[in-house]
Each structure stands twice: as C-alpha cells, then as structure tokens.
Design a protein. Structure first.
Ligand SMILES: [Fe+2]
Ligand SMILES: [Fe+2]
Ligand SMILES: [Fe+2]
Ligand SMILES: [Fe+2]
Length: 406
C-alpha cells in the first residue's frame, strides 16, 4: 500500500508538546522484550538525536528569524521525541546489554539496507562497514560473559550470530582511507539518500554513546575495549557521512531529515510487535508529517523548490529488522580482506595503513585482542553463537587446539 507523507494531514507542530508524565515512558521488561523492538528503539533514538543536532547546526548557520523560529519549535519536539523513546530503555539493563543491542542494530540494519540498496558503490560501502560492526558484537559479547557471567545469546535470541568479523585490530585505518565518494543529489535514487542518512544517524549515536559511557567501567579491559571500538565508530561516521552530497542546501537537508523520520516511523509502525511501542511509532509518524509540512513550506519560500522535486511520489519499501544470517555469511566469506584505499576498497593495503597501525597499536596489548585472549584463558574458548554452522571464512574458524587432551 503506497503512502505519501506529503498528502497526509499529520499533526500540526504547535500541538505536539507533551507533558512530563507522558514523556517519562514506562520502560520495557528487559527479559521479555523482543530483540528487534529493542533495535528499533535504539535506532529511532539515534535518528531523533541526529534531528536535534542537525537543527542546532542549522540554527548556527542561518540568520533568517522565521527559519530560526521554525527550527526552534520543531527542535524542541525532536528532543521530546528522543526522550519518549530513549526512556523506554530500563535502568536495570546494564551498559554492556545496551551496547550489545547497539551492535545488533548495526549488524541487522546495515545488512538489510545493503540488501535493498540500488547503488553498487553504496552497497559495497555498507558491506564494508557491516563486517566491522559484526566483529564488535563478538568482542563485546566476550566481554559480557567475562564481566557479567551471562551469554549474549540470551539477549540476541539467536536472531543474530556472534563470531569474528573483520578483526577490530585490523579496522584501524589512516583517516584518508575512511572517506568515500558522495552520491549526486540530482541523480541518486531517493532510497540511497535515505539509507545513507539512516546509517549516519545510527553510527553517530553509537559513536556518541561509547564516547560517553566508555569510561564508566572500573575494569581496564572494558575501558580499553570501549576506547578502541569508539575510535572505529568515528571511522564509520566519517565513512557514511562522506556519501551525502555536500551540494544539498540546508533547507533541502531539513526536508530530507523530516522525510526520513516519516519513512522510518512508518516502516516500524507496520512491523512493531509491542502494541505500546507501536502506538508511539504511530504517534511520532503523525508528528513528523506535521514537521515535514513546515520544512517543505520553508524550502518552497526560501529555495524556490517544490518538495516533489526532491522527494519520491510515495515512501519506498519499508525498512525491516529481521535476521540476515545468510547475507552476513556471504559477505564474511567474500570480503573479509578488504580495506579502504582513498575513496575505494582494495585488498592491497596502502603504505599509510601500516604507519597508522603502528601509531595506534604501539607495542600493545590491543584491547580487542586482549579481550578474546582473556576469555580463552578463563573459559577455554571464545564465546560464539554459530547457529548456521562453522564460520564461513576459514581464517576465522576456531583453532582445534582446545579439544586437545579431552
Ligand atoms: Fe523527530
Ligand atoms: Fe560497532
Ligand atoms: Fe559502526
Ligand atoms: Fe522531525
């Protein structure tokens, strides 16, 4: 069924404010929550954070009072939306449990977007990032068992596998090699634009989260792992934001942000299994339609551009959280050895790769390696969830030594 946010009524922005009681969402039950409900919450929190930050940047770059006022009003609402969503996360969920959710989002969101991405270069970029976040999930899952004595699969419910991806130790590249070529706003498929914006927001939220909570641990091994993976999330934000066309005007960008919010809330309202959370997605969809109308009116007035010139006639196929095991395995088998070389991907490492590696790893130890070594030392083996058979890439199969002497 096609849905065009431009022709919907929506909720006027002036009516969107909510009181404290409404915003202070009742958290979900961490033992009963559907892992993909949790993923949708994590993603939409990141989307709202991006909306607020984008609006702040815009405010610092315009002197048109009418625009500043419209931004201020919508931004206050974006902030309320962010609170209503993020406060669904319960206080008894540990930082590592939330973190494992963040990396599950990165894996199953990136894989889904790659599978539905029309542009081969963007798809390649997503496949590239996918293998790295997939590895983060593995490292944090090993840390989780060591620190909390629990298995990540109780959270992931076997929807997402846990095994090494492109080893985190190898992901550290020279900054020039995380830049990518941008799409052309005139010719790019609208779906590609929405995909890129969504990944920027998701990776940015992960980056911000690790920047903030990585120092909340006493254990040096945990502090080290968050520190190291936090630096990779910086690389991921650099990569995905490079895809966006810098010729996009501020007002076009505002319209695209509101449109992407409509797209995602519409997608998730359709597949949400928790009725209470679904209601929130539906309500926010109504709100975003109202915010989109305001953004379109400003673009029409100040850019002289009609929304139909930059937006499709209906929302594209919805985004979905679902298992992507087969897809991830195929990418693991084929693309593990890729690295960045300028704006492209290659199996040949540029010279500056080695220099950068030396600068950040020094004489070691490297936290992401140390965490696995420690796990093996204490439990006899690393922690994995290989539901669909052994690792698809021979290089990352378990060594057979641990069965010795049985
Ligand atoms: Fe929003
Ligand atoms: Fe990650
Ligand atoms: Fe990432
Ligand atoms: Fe919005």
């Amino acid at each position: 069924m096609s849905f065009n946010p431009l022709t919907e009524r929506g909720m006027p922005v002036a009516e969107q404010l909510r009181d404290w009681r409404t915003l202070n969402s009742q958290p979900y039950d961490k033992l009963a929550v559907d892992p993909y409900t949790k993923c949708r919450i994590i993603l939409m929190n990141g989307i709202e954070v991006e909306s607020a930050f984008f609006s702040h940047q815009f405010n610092r770059h315009t002197d048109v009072l009418e625009v500043k006022q419209a931004l201020a009003l919508s931004r206050r609402i974006e902030q309320q939306q962010q609170k209503a969503i993020n406060w669904l996360t319960p206080g008894d969920e540990t930082t590592l449990e939330v973190t494992i959710g963040y990396e599950q989002v990165a894996v199953d969101l990136t894989a889904w977007l790659a599978r539905s991405e029309p542009d081969p270069y963007l798809r390649q970029t997503m496949d590239f990032g996918l293998l790295e976040d997939f590895d983060h999930l593995y490292r944090y899952s090993n840390l989780y068992e060591m620190l909390e004595g629990k298995q990540a699969d109780t959270l992931l419910k076997s929807l997402t596998e846990v095994m090494p991806g492109r080893p985190t130790v190898e992901e550290h590249r020279h900054p020039f090699d995380d830049l990518r070529r941008h799409y052309d706003k005139h010719t790019a498929d609208p779906l590609s634009k929405l995909h890129a914006m969504t990944l920027v927001a998701a990776e940015q939220q992960t980056m911000n989260f690790y920047m903030t909570i990585g120092n909340r641990y006493m254990e040096p091994i945990a502090r080290g792992l968050y520190l190291e993976i936090g630096m990779i999330e910086e690389q991921h934000v650099t990569q995905y934001e490079s895809l966006l066309d810098p010729a996009t005007t501020w007002l076009e960008d505002l319209v695209m942000h509101e449109y992407n919010e409509c797209y995602l809330y519409h997608s998730f309202a359709a597949e949400e299994s928790d009725p209470r959370v679904r209601e929130l997605w539906e309500r926010h969809l109504e709100m975003e339609i109202g915010q989109l109308q305001v953004a379109c009116a400003l673009m029409r007035k100040y850019d002289g551009k009609e929304p139909e010139e930059i937006l499709p006639a209906a929302l594209p196929e919805p985004v979905s959280f679902q298992p992507n095991k087969e897809y991830v395995r195929a990418v693991l088998a084929a693309q593990l050895e890729l690295t960045g070389d300028g704006l492209d991907f290659s199996t040949d490492r540029p010279t500056r790769y080695g220099d950068y590696q030396q600068a950040v790893h020094g004489d070691g130890p490297v936290p992401s390696e140390h965490v696995i070594d420690e796990h093996v030392r204490r439990f006899g083996t690393d922690y994995r969830v290989e539901t669909d058979g052994e690792h698809p890439n021979e290089r990352l199969r378990r060594p057979l030594v641990e069965t010795k002497g049985a």
